[in-house]
Design a protein around this ligand. Structure first.
Ligand code: KPL
Length: 303
């Protein structure tokens, strides 16, 4: 399959490299020219479970050099979704699909303003990856990837995408109700990302102190209240799930933590900010999410 990774940060580079290793025709597309140059010169260096390997995968900062693809992965930060949707439109034809595995809420909605919703596949992944330097990433944790059609009826190609990802070692399943999956991932990002970003800790260190765990618990419980007020059915115990994922991705710094470390705009608006805005329309009190949002927004506006 001919594939473009739109946004080749840690996650886009990781998925692109795993698919290239499995024999797919992949091109990484990223605006960071030094990353593109390093990948083209030396391959993408991946540190995984203490071992280092280099994967040859072409990279470019110019979408016109890629041509039309069968599938575009959409891995840009949520703040850039609307702008990068134009690139996705240029790279895809009528039969192409676009798969967003981005964090936060509102990405598929923003893509739908440019791309026909029937061609959008949404989902989540529990893989963790860290951008070490241009041309080098760490694969910091594995987990399931779940995908589903953004609009019914589901495009026939979704099963083919899942099969391809599974062949590449990216364990993937297809679901009917992708909204429930996006909410479940949102709860995880609500519990981990802003707290780790503000304090400089790793995901695993979130579990070290009772007061940190309590803060994560309160943020997630507020988000669950908002979800229920919106009519979303919440299964299982989202707080316990947050603690499990924090442990499973223990050495990793959350993506928001990495953004703050590198003085990049974060996805706060699509995560805790989304909960705060939605809560306001429903009259649900969310003081913890409001505070986390204000603190991260303050931090990123003073880099
Ligand atoms: O999705 C993540 C993120 O960092 O954005 C988790 C699952 C928290 C892994 O770090």
């Amino acid at each position: 399959m001919k594939i473009a990774m739109i946004g080749a940060g840690a996650m886009g580079s990781l998925f692109g490299a795993l698919l290239a290793e499995a024999g797919e025709t992949v091109t990484l597309l990223d605006i960071r020219q030094d990353h593109v140059d390093a990948v083209n010169a030396n391959g993408l260096s991946i540190e995984s479970a203490g071992r280092l390997r280099s994967v040859r995968v072409p990279a470019t900062s110019d979408p016109d050099r890629i041509g039309k693809v069968d599938l575009a992965f959409f891995f840009v930060k949520s703040v850039h979704t609307a702008a990068a949707a134009q690139t996705a439109a240029r790279l895809t034809a009528d039969a192409s699909l676009i798969l967003t595995l981005q964090n936060g809420m509102g990405n598929a909605e923003a893509l739908s303003e440019t791309i026909p919703p029937a061609r959008i596949v949404a989902g989540t992944t529990a893989h963790g990856a860290t951008f070490l330097k241009s041309g080098a990433i760490r694969h910091a944790g594995t987990g399931e990837t779940v995908i589903g059609a953004w609009q019914k009826p589901a495009a026939a190609g979704i099963t083919t995408i899942a099969e391809m990802l599974n062949r590449a070692g990216i364990v993937t399943r297809v679901v009917d109700d992708v909204q429930a999956v996006l909410w479940a991932k949102l709860f995880i990002n609500i519990g981990i990302n802003a707290i780790t970003a503000l304090t400089g800790i790793t995901n695993g260190q979130l579990l070290d102190r009772p007061e940190t765990r309590q803060l994560a618990r309160e943020a997630v419980e507020e988000a669950v209240a908002v979800a229920r007020a919106r009519g979303v059915v919440v299964d299982g115990d989202p707080v316990e799930k947050v603690f499990q994922i924090a442990a499973a991705t223990g050495p990793n710094r959350s993506s928001m933590g990495q953004d703050v470390d590198r003085h990049r705009l974060t996805e706060i608006g699509a995560i805790n900010g989304f909960i705060t805005r939605t809560a306001d329309t429903l009259g649900v009190p969310v003081p913890v999410n409001r505070t986390l949002t204000a603190l991260v927004e303050t931090l990123q506006s003073h880099y």
